[in-house]
Design a protein around this ligand. Sequence first.
Ligand SMILES: Nc1ncnc2c1ncn2[C@@H]1O[C@H](COP(=O)(O)OP(=O)(O)OP(=O)(O)O)[C@@H](O)[C@H]1O
Ligand SMILES: [Mg+2]
Length: 255
Amino acid sequence: MILETQKLAKSFGGLTAVHDVNLHIQEGELVSIIGPNGAGKTTLFNLLTGHISVDSGRVIFKEKDITQLPPHAISRMGIGRSFQRLNIFPRLSAFENIQVAVFSQQRKSRNIFARASKLARHETEAILESVGLLDKKNVTGGLLAHGDQKRLEMGIALAVEPSLLLLDEPTQGMSPKESGELTQLIQKLVRERGLTLIFVEHDMNVVFGISDSIIVLHQGKILFEGKPDKVRKNEEVQRVYLGDERGTWSSLLRK
Ligand SMILES: Nc1ncnc2c1ncn2[C@@H]1O[C@H](COP(=O)(O)OP(=O)(O)OP(=O)(O)O)[C@@H](O)[C@H]1O
Ligand SMILES: [Mg+2]
């Protein structure tokens, strides 16, 4: 098991955003977390990466307790993440965005080769290539198309050489075509780099298309978890989502 949480909990004032969540993530798994707006998905990610403090419970990554560690220590241990809101430098080129992330990782890990590879050109270009942005490396981040900005963000997350990658709504705001392409890219990255991936996603085509298992979060609690087919057929999940006629939930869950 690469990641485990034990009774992880977080409240904001009177609101319990994450309620005694127990995760058991196996190495190499591709896991999605789904749930309505406000279910606690982003808060759960923030607890895993140290961006907000835990009220109670524990986070265990590769058999080490990381519950109290700050974000930079957690990323150094091999957990990379992308954010729900875009988190790139809009004035830097695609190349520079990745280069900054590679530099900061090299400094953090006190890599003895850091001086020799001052420009980190090789590492930076390898990452740009793997997220499909090598031909746009000189384009300013803020001028890239939305889909390419999301790819760039994924590249920044890869700069920490993660073994566990957390993506918060990677296809948000994308056209179906862009989202299909990104989904393929995610699968390729997971396979090529032997990553474990946990991603939050509202697009059910993506969720049911690539997940090994799905965790359904509802009001801060795990309502159900299992393989896509089991989730689709589960009555409680259907009850929670069939009311939501807006999204792609209803049609997919009824299939
Ligand atoms: N810093 C905060 N202070 C107060 N309340 C917060 C804070 N962060 C989140 N919340 C609340 O906690 C609950 C869970 O929020 P969270 O952002 O984790 O949901 P989510 O599942 O990611 O939703 P979405 O699908 O809209 O991104 C919501 O009711 C939200 O308003
Ligand atoms: Mg969220």
